[in-house]
Ligand binder design. Sequence first.
Ligand code: FES
Ligand code: FES
Length: 199
Amino acid sequence: MVGTAAVSVAAANAGASAQAQSTTATIDRHSTQVSFTVNGTRRELTVDNRTTLLDALREQLALTGTKKGCDHGQCGACTVMVDGRRINSCLSLAVMHEGDEITTIEGLGTTSDMHPMQAAFVRHDGFQCGYCTPGQICSSVAVLEEIAAGIPSHVTEDLAAQMQVTDAEIRERMSGNICRCGAYANIIAAINDVAGRPA
Ligand code: FES
Ligand code: FES
């Protein structure tokens, strides 16, 4: 009996050990170390492979300026810029951004040294609750850069002509940024202001 018990204990220990190894292996298999630059600072972090860029920014780097609205790519609250192009960070995995340059709302300006677009949003009262605002501002900055770079939108009529900032272009290009407070008119005024157009 003693011998049988010893065999049982040994078998149980072996089973536990195998389970522990398998758990450890699973954790390793599902995690990746990734390194990218956020607002000018190099960051290295270990992420679960399923972690979105949005969650990595908010939960691991404590950059909570970028908001989670829908988490499904439908509201634009999570907009950040990656290598100068705006993206919905809720739809992008953190592990896809090795070596990338990421700019969040915190990287555009501070309360004492605002980015011109931030200042224009304040001047034109381009927000109410403010939840969508970081995404609106990141998107607005990128929209003017897209127009300056000659990147057409769905409403661009003449692809050969110099790209112009118009209300129609702004509305179309900002259509992925939803504001439940309905601050759209003032957001357009703020963008026009930064673009040097009469607001
Ligand atoms: S939270 Fe990403 S689009 Fe809504
Ligand atoms: S300011 Fe409230 S959602 Fe846009």
